[in-house]
Unconditional design. Structure first.
Length: 165
């Protein structure tokens, strides 16, 4: 479901007609996500507060976000305890994406999750070298909600929702 931004509080210089005439769909969202190799992932810490880290990412055609980390990182422990996560994609300029989803660990080797690992390696070929690390782990965050904002061209703000599968 795509929801256009309300124009009720919009400054007059932007003009409601300009915002309503701009479109940004799921294909545009995917292209924006694929243009990024880094994003900030936030998880819920032991005490309930947010904990964030910049990580290398890869994106699937279904808008899933894949990354690797080590098992002694805060984000790994947090995701094992509470699999809700958010991600921020930033730039260029005043374009941003807020993304929320549900994380699951991926298999390190074997046929399970091989396609997802291959997508990650296509962006980060050196990721295969990290398989030697004894504490390596892979995660995949599936989308539940996202909001794209572009204040360079708009303002344009589009929200997206996904049904749990």
């Amino acid at each position: 479901m795509i929801s256009p931004r309300s124009t009720a509080c919009m400054p007059p210089e932007y003009g409601a007609e300009r915002v309503q005439s701009m479109t940004f769909g799921r294909d545009d969202l995917l292209a924006y996500m694929l243009s990024h190799r880094l994003a900030v992932i936030s998880t819920i810490g032991k005490g309930g507060g947010p904990e964030s880290a910049l990580v290398g990412i890869a994106v699937t055609r279904h808008h899933d976000v894949i990354f690797d980390t080590v098992t002694d990182s805060r984000k790994h422990g947090n995701l094992k305890r509470d699999n809700r996560a958010s991600i921020v994609f930033s730039g260029p300029g005043e374009k941003t994406l807020q993304f929320e989803g549900i994380a699951r660990p991926l298999a390190l080797r074997g046929p399970d999750d091989a396609g997802l690992r291959d997508i990650y390696y296509s962006v980060w070929p050196e990721g295969r070298d990290r398989l030697r690390w004894p504490t390596l782990s892979y995660w995949c965050i599936s989308p539940r909600w996202a909001r794209y904002s572009d204040f360079d061209s708009g303002p344009l703000i589009q929200a997206f929702e996904w049904n749990p599968s």
